[in-house]
Design a protein around this ligand. Structure first.
Ligand code: TYM
Length: 355
């Protein structure tokens, strides 16, 4: 599959990634990130570790409905399990059960610069013109994200394109903390610089209604996205109504230039079929969108139906899913503690037992 990276992971790879547990998992999350999580989990060497988490602390950055967050955290965990995350091979947990994330974020708040955070496009997009009314958590969000990966010495972070800037910031924070504190105090760098792993073609799956906006949970129109919980009828309906243009499909990739909606549907098809855009166009070039949309809807249903069946089974017993999160958090806390201890030590902060 050209979209699933990398072919070979180093034996001791430490793979870490997260997802916000608000709303449904959609096709953009799946093709941009989660499919890579599963592939990396399944190709990991014996000394490697994968950690995947629900970023519930990040949800505080936007208006919050606590009862809903609690429910959606368990539902999102079940969805990840349904997609193929295996809790015997990966550590699956929610941030809130691992207080080390919030503690390390505070230490890194001393290292991150206002100017760096001010440049983050997600901050600019989400705060919009109302910066004064945005939460402090929305502004410092990328520092928590840096803590999420640095805490575990992540080597590889599978994400979609939209998270690349946050990962670059995490590297800058790691580098500065290493220079300012770790090397002078511990005599060695503390944090590993994480490498983002971004699928080359499904890096950015776009809205079905607007080829210039990414597919997103926060889009008010449910017709803009395919949710992993959508049944066959909803999928067919959404693809049939997806915005396109009047031209038939081109036979070569250059013919998609300036045709964002058409390019998005072909990208989704290629990504699901595990092939390249050029190969899809070689087969479908010249056809109208009616026929192509039918083929795409069939492929989507075939891919997503087994996932939604597994999800229904898992949600029949939410206690079981909650217990998996409790077990995952025990493992995550143990992996996090040595790095957190070293970060406190490097910063010269006395803690229980350090005197
Ligand atoms: P989130 O919850 O918005 O999305 C989860 C993952 O899905 C990817 N993604 C997409 N990929 C392609 N096309 C799209 N339309 C699309 N929409 C979303 C995202 O890039 C992401 O990989 N800040 C993160 C969560 C997070 C995190 C972390 C990620 C918190 N801490 C540490 C990695 C490492 C977020 O809000 O992702």
């Amino acid at each position: 599959m050209p979209d699933v990276l990398p072919d070979a992971l180093p034996v001791a790879a430490r793979v870490v990634s997260g997802i916000q547990p608000t709303g449904n998992l959609h096709l953009g999350n799946y093709l941009g990130a989660i499919r890579n999580w599963v592939a990396m989990q399944n190709s990991l060497g014996p000394d490697g570790t994968c950690l995947f988490f629900l970023a519930d602390l990040h949800a505080l950055s936007m208006p919050l409905d606590p009862a809903r967050l609690r429910r959606e955290t368990v539902e999102m965990a079940a969805t990840l399990l349904a997609c193929g995350i295996d809790p015997t091979r990966s550590v699956l947990f929610n941030q809130g059960q691992v207080p080390q994330h919030a503690e390390l974020q505070w230490l890194l708040n001393g290292t991150a610069r206002m100017g760096w955070l001010n440049r983050m496009t997600q901050w600019k997009d989400k705060a919009g013109k109302n910066r004064e009314g945005a939460s402090v958590a929305l502004f410092t969000y990328p520092v928590l994200q840096a803590a999420d990966v640095l805490l575990y010495q992540a080597t590889h972070v599978p994400v979609g394109e939209d998270q690349k800037q946050h990962l670059e910031l995490a590297r800058d924070i790691a580098q500065k903390f290493n220079n300012d504190f770790a090397e002078p105090q511990l005599g060695r760098p503390l944090f590993t610089l994480p490498e983002p792993i971004i699928p080359p073609s499904a890096a950015r799956i776009m809205s079905l209604r607007d080829g210039s906006a990414k597919m997103s949970k926060s889009d008010p129109s449910d017709m803009s996205r395919i949710n992993l919980t959508d049944g066959a009828d909803a999928i067919v309906q959404k693809i049939r109504k997806a915005r396109t243009d009047p031209e038939p499909l081109p036979s070569e990739a250059e013919g998609l230039d300036g045709r964002a909606e058409a390019a998005n549907l072909v990208t989704i098809y290629a990504s699901l079929a595990g092939t390249h855009v050029a190969a899809v166009l070689a087969d479908h070039g010249g056809s109208g969108f009616g026929a192509f949309k039918n083929a795409l809807a069939d492929l989507l249903v075939a891919t997503l139906e087994p996932i939604s069946t597994r999800l229904r089974d898992l949600l029949a017993d939410p206690r079981h899913v909650e217990q998996m999160l409790v077990d995952g958090a025990v493992r995550a806390r143990a992996l996090a503690q040595p790095t957190l201890d070293a970060a406190y030590k490097a910063a010269g902060i006395l803690r229980p037992g350090s005197l």
